[in-house]
Design a protein around this ligand. Structure first.
Ligand code: SF4
Ligand code: SF4
Length: 68
């Protein structure tokens, strides 16, 4: 999630994202959750701490073990 109130549109997150999941929309960074692999790079690079990646959501995507 990008906190639009904090984002200063520096573009750092757009450059750092390895999968191109971030775009500047209407002057604010916007993360495409379908592309995001939750690497957390953008959150670390954002100079104003506007990005928070929620790792908890990963558990939903974890493949369930099936009996093969
Ligand atoms: S967590 Fe990683 S993949 Fe997701 S938007 Fe940030 S830089 Fe891109
Ligand atoms: S790195 Fe932070 S301040 Fe810069 S564009 Fe991305 S969200 Fe906005």
């Amino acid at each position: 999630m990008v906190d639009e109130k904090k984002c200063i549109t520096c573009g750092a997150c757009v450059s750092i994202c390895p999968v191109g999941a971030i775009k500047i929309v209407d002057g604010k960074a916007t993360i495409n959750p379908k592309k995001c692999i939750k690497c957390n790079s953008c959150a670390q690079f954002c100079p104003v701490g506007a990005i928070e990646i929620k790792m908890d959501e990963d558990s939903d995507k974890t493949p369930k073990k099936t009996n093969k």
